[in-house]
Design a binder for this molecule. Structure first.
Ligand code: SDX
Length: 430
């Protein structure tokens, strides 16, 4: 492979394939003409070696444990910025000036209410419905309430739909929580910042004043920053593929919510906390680590491992620091779950299996402990992940829609099924 191209010899055919470098990270071999030139497909289930698109939003170096949003290290954004600043950066590519930030905050704040008939939409759910089921349904239902921002060919409507989702999905998330505990919905308050507003919509009750704890609000805002985007992960790829057909933005984000729910992806924060609760005490850690290593046991250490990170997930480090901050603020001195988590991490990271397979804690390992301490039930953990990831999904969807070379995504396959055969009547069948 030389700088500009690579030579492939397949089926006695020799083809030259262009090699395209990125600004940082791996180059790509452009195989878009491979089928036309060779009559063959590439084969890469799970897309372990496949770049599905070109993007300028997020860069991950899995070996070095680096995560950049539009070139800015996640550590610096989490330390110095707030979530809406990160939203602006992901959507528009630059950090906002003071005036741009004020305008963006103002516009998001004034889109936080949902159409009041959404309340009746919620009444159709059982009270014990999983909040993620409610989120899949209600995010998709936004396209039934906001017809005036579903035309993806209109940049203004795309912008309005984007602002509506960033602003309204926290309101829907809070409504899903309130509905599940039988408490009345709490309307947003425009004088509160994004995350304080969300905390109040979740935990305020009509019977008394609710005072936002600034330490918890800052911690949750930082958690949202950590979850905002992550390159071409499964749910983002789902949003891009749904969007490539021209589906409206609300439907595409609903598809992302559905994909995120899986325990191998965003559902891992809920699964990780349940795993820590099942382990219960540090003396049971070896049993579970051995189960995770046993090829015949489907059990995996939830919150461990990552398709890209073969080093410590930089978000997990910040998450761990935030966990201690929140527990200190709440006066929780010895959280048994945190003790198990810290012991489990130390045990696993000394174990040959985890070292050899480069399995480290990921963002989902510590987030559950923090969110539980803040008062969220386990069933809300992935909802919070979806709330934060909405801006990443939208930024990636916007980038795809605005890409002039964009076309509908339509992968092919390696067919190993039956060859052609004629129909048999039922009498002819054995
Ligand atoms: C997220 O893609 C993203 O960026 C996702 C995300 C984002 O921000 O969008 O970062 C969010 O989804 C984080 C990941 C949360 N999921 C979990 O914590 C679930 C537990 N982790 C695993 O299911 C797994 O590590 C994945 C799904 C995260 C990654 O799976 P891969 O890349 O397909 O890796 P693999 O399954 O091929 O595993 C490689 C090897 C296998 O062993 P061998 O078959 O090679 O012998 O490592 C083993 C796996 O069995 N392995 C684990 C393990 N994770 C992988 N063994 C025990 N415990 C684990 N957690």
């Amino acid at each position: 492979m030389n700088g500009a191209s690579s030579t492939l010899i397949a089926d006695n055919k020799q083809v030259e394939l262009a090699v395209r470098p990125g600004t940082i990270g791996p180059s790509v071999v452009d195989i878009s003409k491979l089928y036309a030139q060779t009559g063959m497909f590439t084969y890469d289930p799970g897309f372990t070696s496949t770049a599905a698109c070109e993007s300028q939003i997020t860069y991950i170096d899995g070996d070095e444990g680096i995560l950049l949003y539009r070139g800015y290290p996640i550590e610096q954004l989490a330390e110095h910025g707030d979530f809406l600043e990160t939203c602006y950066l992901l959507l528009y590519g630059e950090l906002p000036t003071a005036a741009q930030k004020a305008d963006f905050d103002y516009r998001v704040t004034r889109h936080t209410m949902v159409h009041d008939q959404m309340n009746r939409f919620f009444q159709g759910f059982r009270r014990d419905a999983h909040p993620m089921a409610i989120m899949v349904a209600s995010v998709g239902a936004l396209s039934a309430f906001y017809h005036d921002s579903t035309d993806i060919s209109d940049p203004h409507q795309r912008m309005v739909a984007s602002m509506r989702m960033i602003a309204k999905i926290p309101t829907l998330a809070a409504m899903a929580y309130k509905y599940s505990i039988g408490q009345p919905f709490v309307y947003p308050q425009n004088h509160l910042d994004f995350t304080s507003n969300f905390l109040r919509m979740c935990f305020a009750v009509p019977a008394e004043e609710y005072k936002v704890n600034p330490v918890l609000s800052r911690a949750l805002d930082r958690i949202f920053i950590l979850h905002a985007d992550h390159e071409q992960n499964a749910s983002t790829s789902t949003v891009r593929l749904a969007g490539s057909s021209g589906a409206n933005p609300f439907a595409c984000i609903a598809a992302g919510v559905a994909c995120l729910w899986g325990p191998a992806h965003g559902g891992a924060n809920e699964a990780a906390l349940k795993m820590l609760e099942e382990i219960g005490t540090p003396d049971r850690i070896p049993l579970y680590v051995n189960k995770a290593k046993d090829k015949n046991d489907a059990f995996r250490l939830m919150g461990f491992g990552h398709r890209v990170y073969k080093n410590y997930d930089p978000r997990a480090r910040i998450m761990q620091k935030t966990t201690h901050e929140v527990l200190n603020e709440l006066g929780i001195k010895d959280d048994p779950l945190l003790d198990v988590a810290i012991e489990l991490e130390q045990f696993a990271l000394k174990d040959e299996y985890f070292l050899e397979k480069k399995l480290y804690p990921n963002i989902d390992f510590y987030s559950g402990i923090t969110l539980k301490a803040m008062g969220f039930p386990t069933s809300m953990f992935t909802v919070l992940f979806a709330l934060a990831r909405t801006v990443g999904w939208i930024a990636q969807w916007k980038e795809m829609i605005e890409d002039p070379s964009q076309k509908i995504g339509r992968p092919r396959q390696l067919y190993t099924g039956a060859t052609r055969r004629d129909y048999l009547t039922i009498a002819q069948r054995a």
